[in-house]
Design a protein around this ligand. Sequence first.
Ligand SMILES: Cc1ncc(COP(=O)(O)O)c(C=O)c1O
Length: 481
Amino acid sequence: MGSRPLIAGDDMVRLLGPWRRRGPGYAALAATLRSLVLDGRLPLRVRLPSERALAIALGVSRTTTTAAYDLLRDEGYVESRRGSGSHIALPTGGAVDREVAGGEGVSAGPGSIDLTIAAMPAPGAMMEAVSRASRDLTGFLGGSGYDPSGVPSLRRVVANHFDERGLPTSEEQIVITSGAQHALTLLLHVLVGPGDPVLIEEPSYPNAFEALRRARIRFVPASMRDDGWDVEMMASLWRTAVPRLAYLICDFQNPTGFLMTDGERAAVVAAAARAGSHVIVDETFAQIDLEPWRATPRPLAAHDREGRVISIGSMSKAYWGGLRVGWIRCTTALAHRLARARAGLDLSTPVLEQLVAEHLLRMGESVLAERRGLLTSRRDALVGALHRDLPAWRFRLPRGGLCLWAELGGADAEALVYAADAGGVRLIPGSTFSVDGTLNRRVRLPYTQPAHALEEAVERLAAADRRLRLGAGGPTDQSMV
Ligand SMILES: Cc1ncc(COP(=O)(O)O)c(C=O)c1O
């Protein structure tokens, strides 16, 4: 087995944050470690500190760390081999999961409903796209297969989609990437350096925070209001903190589902231009508009005259995350810089996957219509169940995207996540969507699973919520874990 990156005890202490809760220490430690794995902050296969080293770093007994690792080992989140230590793994999921959730998108432990992931299984058109793509592949086999900008025909299709949204775009402005996360990482590599201030919305997408942390930038958080963006506050941050860059999700924001209006988009771009700042706008959810008959705001970049707004997009949410295909739209000059930068990073995106993406995008509307139908009925089932079983929870009905952002009627989200986990539902606390662990009165609820699984999940959440309000807190004995 190759050597695996080891996470140091001190780093683990930082990642774990305030992990202690009521109930046994080992269960609280295991629950926090599990959340770190599920929301991607502890990468798969990373090697954990030894039980002894973690006990010393945390100032707890070795029995606590040993019991926590044992519990996670039983659940499949940790694997240990003699001589190579313990490392992070993911449970493979069992027959019970599929029974509960209709076989779709579930990867939590046995019997558990997983609401940590906002993503759909592949659409019905997938295999047709694969077979068309494999026929096209023959035309590429005589070449080297390396094209850091991406397959020209896919770049053309992506550029056409921008044209159709009112943003004239040439294929030279498009770089195909291996997903939106890769697009962001690549852009950060080229655009920022350690210590640079970067404006972000809060709440926002945790894996983007992680990419920004790795780039060692300084966060300039702009808190969102309960009903959307506080554009005046953002403009004031651009004046005072002078961020070099902003990372925003204007279309069905993750996790709030908010859609920025045209007027707000114009104001944001003007404020960024005055500060000489670039804006990366993450359009990963833009295609998931559940009410497409309503007027759609123009893309953020349509308000930009100076080439400062860079759009990133992806196949992952509207089509399938397993494709690992996304894109960047920017100026031609930056597109060339990005393509050159890939030489030292990943060279290029696999050709076959790009061809599959091209066919799916060409089928476009029929695939998206199927998605919309499914997601609308699931969103409505989740909303109905919440009104029925958890009437104190508050949320705004999102017009698109994959999630509700729910306020828990004053309850503590981390305590709820803990209690819900014990009751058979996994979900992510609001604090994960902030850079400093605030927003702990909210949770994100994806509506990507079948209606019956969502209804069952809400019933279990309501039971967990009742236990918390009765003061039972998290699990107090092993039988509840
Ligand atoms: C806002 C946002 N950006 C990017 C990503 C990652 O996209 P990809 O799978 O294309 O890397 C996600 C996935 O959840 C997301 O929510």
